[in-house]
Design a protein around this ligand. Structure first.
Ligand code: PLP
Length: 394
């Protein structure tokens, strides 16, 4: 008898993937130019030239043995030192190479962190809307998930609702800002309030409550909006970082975990991270990519295209009568469905060959996610269709 749970997970693709696969079918049937696929969060701009140049240089100058060997399980010491230095100089946060663990992207960072901190029946709080895989990762780590909806219209944290859910069983809360799918960035004021509430509850229950800061979109912000660095505000923080989006490298699988030196017993916490990485087989992240990111820390793909797409889509949809969250970051637009059933709205959109994702899987009903990490031309061509689509509801 094989694992029923895993078989189920393997057979049931995520809704996002289902829609993307439907798009592949339609592209074959009617041609790629006639399908307006806004389903995936796959960066549509190339990695910065310096990334390609660095990879080439590494391949040409480092000996293959040096380049392709296993690194330390937690990552190359020089790479971790460079990242620690980057964190200290960029965010002014206390850091330590021996509290950094190199990973295969944010998904691995999250899975490792959750397995490091969760004991059976512990609770992990998810702020809706959230990346759907959080539920899979947290439950596999043995946690029970509790969902707290962010408040409209700005999608900041609803503190009254959050306080009601925090209990002695609360082990952590996943904070994703800039957010997939809302595009909201949590303000400094929100982070300060969150830290105060978690500190109060930790003292009241005599527990440690962790913030797991899922930060693959940290650098994808527009109009000079600031993204507070959570370790500067809350001690028990573990940052789950990924280079997937900032450097347009999602297929290369590279990121890191940073355990804040200010966390309670940070050495033990880091040991648990190393233990979880070992137990999950997430050791020695890809060496070529480790050496590459070391050379390009702080570099970002040219996100001006996303900014252009954001303005184009947000302004047009609002003009047509849609209600949307104005995104300050990431590359998603979260739009209120004109009918209560967002899945039904997405089905209707398919009639215009527009592929968008219902918010239900993100824990937020009545909204849809539109990924604007696509070609600007496709957005321009789709606008008339979006207009006709909402006119059906008049
Ligand atoms: N967290 C969020 C919020 C995401 O949107 C994604 C990917 O889209 C991930 C984590 C996983 O990122 P990675 O590709 O680095 O594993």
């Amino acid at each position: 008898m094989i694992s029923e749970k895993m078989t189920q997970l393997g057979k049931k693709r995520s809704v996002i993937r289902e829609i993307f696969e439907y798009g592949n079918l339609r592209r074959k049937e009617i041609g790629a130019d006639n399908v307006f696929d806004f389903s995936l969060g796959n960066p549509s701009i190339p990695a910065p030239q310096i990334v390609t140049d660095t990879i080439k240089r590494l391949l040409e100058t480092k000996s293959p043995m040096e380049l392709h060997s296993y690194t330390s399980a937690q990552g190359d010491a020089g790479v971790r030192a460079a990242i620690a230095e980057y964190i200290a100089s960029t965010f002014g946060a206390k850091s330590d190479p021996n509290l950094i663990y190199m990973t295969c992207g944010a998904a691995a960072s999250l899975t490792i962190t959750l397995n490091a901190i969760v004991n059976p029946t512990d609770e992990i709080i998810l702020l809706a809307p959230f990346f759907p895989e959080y539920t899979v990762f947290a439950e596999k780590a043995g946690a029970v998930t509790r969902v707290v909806k962010c408040s409209e219209p700005d999608f900041q944290i609803d503190f009254e609702a959050l306080e009601r859910v925090i209990s002695p069983k609360t082990k952590g809360i996943i904070v994703n800002s800039p957010n997939n799918p809302s595009g909201a960035v949590l303000s400094e004021d929100t982070i300060i309030k969150l830290a105060a509430l978690l500190n109060k509850k930790s003292v009241e229950y005599g527990t440690d409550i962790y913030i797991i800061a899922d930060e693959p979109y940290r650098e994808l912000v527009y109009g000079g909006v600031a993204v507070p660095y959570i370790p500067n505000f809350y001690d028990n923080t573990v940052v789950c970082y990924s280079f997937s989006k900032s450097l347009s490298l999602p297929g290369e699988r590279i990121g890191y975990i940073f355990v804040s030196p200010r966390a309670t017993n940070c050495g033990d916490l880091y040991a648990a991270v190393c233990g979880a990485g070992r137990a999950l087989g997430y050791v020695c992240a890809p060496s070529l990519l480790q050496y590459t990111v070391k050379e390009v820390l702080g570099k970002t793909s040219d996100i001006s295209v996303y900014d252009k797409n954001r303005n184009l889509l947000y302004n047009a949809l609002c003009e047509y009568g849609y209600t949307a969250v104005r995104p300050d970051g990431a590359f998603y637009l979260f739009v209120k469905s004109p009918e209560p059933d967002a899945a039904a709205f997405c089905e209707r959109a398919k009639g215009y060959e527009i592929l968008i994702v219902p918010g239900d899987d993100f824990g937020y009903e009545g909204y849809v996610r539109i990924s604007y990490c696509v070609g600007t031309e496709m957005i321009e061509k789709s606008l008339d269709r979006f207009k006709k689509l909402i006119e059906e509801y008049r």
